[in-house]
Design a binder for this molecule. Structure first.
Ligand SMILES: Cc1cc2nc3c(=O)[nH]c(=O)nc-3n(C[C@H](O)[C@H](O)[C@H](O)COP(=O)(O)OP(=O)(O)OC[C@H]3O[C@@H](n4cnc5c(N)ncnc54)[C@H](O)[C@@H]3O)c2cc1C
Length: 388
């Protein structure tokens, strides 16, 4: 059996470790942070994500903290009108054979880490920042800041949107700022006014921005994400914010939404970024996974789920070609490239649609009204029908 090193212990990195260790390989995960903790708030997990979690053996550990929303409600921010609704209950489960769920990112990472910790083939190192890699005879060595080295038969770059492994491999510059800033906040469910719909994923469309909210952590917390067309002037890619701009941007909206945006005392904000998809993201016994391979804007709510799908396919292809890891990794990339490229490009296009003003917004709203309910489910089948 081969030995793998995974650079990065986020959702992609731990999922990759589980998929490879599940096939009998030894895996060392190198995470730069001092502990496995997720910042950020909610993650929506469609049926494809649930199937991937089941294949990785993580679903049981996660299930107690997931929430099953009633529907995805698409609303016009100006007056709160419901433009369309995607049912997520029995109709949805009958169509896709499984459920749609929302979860706190920290709960998802904790479940992945819990299962990884129980697997003797996986070693998790925190406080280990990979600076680069070196090709050796018969494998690769990850070089850490501080001088430590980890040699392996193959290296998986799971170090996120600003991946150092990708930078060394592809040298294709930083990700592209998309002209949107994403604000995320979590509030206690007790603080949410009764008028706010907390049973469904609500997506509010407004000129120049949109808002998504849903419950997480078994319904104890309420997750709010806001995207606005805005420039980014800070040095880093994320920072705390008081969200003052949101009150101005969403001044002329339904009372329910305006009130809700005043709930958080503090927000974290991110520069929304992605990359034009590339045809390949590996070489020899090296490949990328998750955001390192195909960073995306979050408007199809699919970045983390793609990372989970990637891991399942990676494990399967390595099982098929255990004696030729480069061939297995190229097969994994070939399988994943078209689907992830479609998701990245669709997410990018959706930003323009969600943030449109008149007259485009009239056509958009009419289209949403026409394709609501069951027809809406069929429109999402290309995404949700994925099976391991
Ligand atoms: C506002 C917002 C909402 C979202 N909503 C959803 C959603 O509903 N559904 C969904 O599926 N996705 C969603 N996503 C996308 C999802 O969060 C990401 O796609 C996912 O977290 C990517 O996981 P990853 O492990 O590839 O990268 P990351 O989560 O970035 O993890 C990378 C890890 O590598 C570590 N690392 C980085 N550099 C190094 C290094 N040099 N050495 C060692 N370790 C390193 C980092 O510390 C980190 O732990 C959303 C994203 C945003 C911004």
């Amino acid at each position: 059996m081969a030995g793998f090193v995974v650079a990065g212990g986020g959702i992609a990195g731990i999922a990759a470790a589980l998929a490879l260790a599940g096939r009998g390989h030894e895996v060392t995960v190198l995470e730069q942070a001092p502990s496995f903790e997720e910042v950020g708030a909610g993650i929506q997990i469609g049926p494809n994500g649930r199937r991937a979690l089941e294949a990785l053996g993580v679903w049981e550990a996660l299930e107690p903290s997931v929430v099953f929303p009633h529907s995805i409600r698409i609303r016009r921010a100006r007056d709160g009108a419901t433009l369309g609704e995607l049912p997520l209950g029995t109709t949805f489960a009958n169509r896709f054979g499984t459920t749609y769920q929302v979860v706190h990112r920290a709960d998802l990472l904790a479940a992945l880490v819990e299962v990884a910790n129980a697997n003797p083939r996986i070693i998790l190192h925190t406080g280990s920042r990979v600076s680069c890699y070196r090709a050796d005879d018969g494998g690769l060595t990850a070089l850490l800041e501080g001088g430590a080295e980890h040699a392996a038969n193959a290296l998986i770059g799971a170090d996120g949107i600003r991946s150092r492994i990708r930078a060394q491999l592809l040298d294709d510059g930083p990700p592209t700022f998309a002209g949107h800033v994403l604000y995320r906040a979590l509030v206690d469910m007790d603080a949410v006014p009764a008028a706010v719909d907390t049973n469904s994923v609500n997506l509010w469309l407004h000129e120049g921005g949109h808002v998504v909210h849903y419950p997480v952590s078994g319904g104890r917390k309420f997750n709010i994400v806001v995207a606005v067309n805005e420039n980014w002037h800070s040095e880093g890619w994320s920072e705390p914010s008081d969200g003052a701009i949101l009150g101005m941007r969403f001044a002329a909206v339904a009372e329910e939404l305006r009130e809700m945006l005043t709930l958080p005392d503090e927000w974290l904000r991110w520069a929304g970024a992605d990359r034009e998809p590339v045809g390949h993201w590996g070489q020899g016994p090296l490949t990328l996974i998750g955001d390192a391979a195909h960073p995306t804007l979050p408007y199809l709510a699919s970045g983390a789920v793609m990372a989970l799908e990637d891991a399942v396919v990676l494990g399967r292809e390595v099982e098929r070609e255990p004696a030729d890891l480069p061939a297995a990794l190229r097969a994994y990339e070939r399988i994943r490239q078209p689907r992830t490229a479609r998701i990245v490009r669709s997410s990018h296009r959706l930003a323009g649609v969600y943030h449109a003003g008149p007259p485009l917004s009239f056509f958009r709203d009419a289209f949403i009204r026409m394709t609501s309910g069951r027809r809406g489910l069929e429109r999402m089948a290309w995404l949700y029908d994925w099976r391991p």
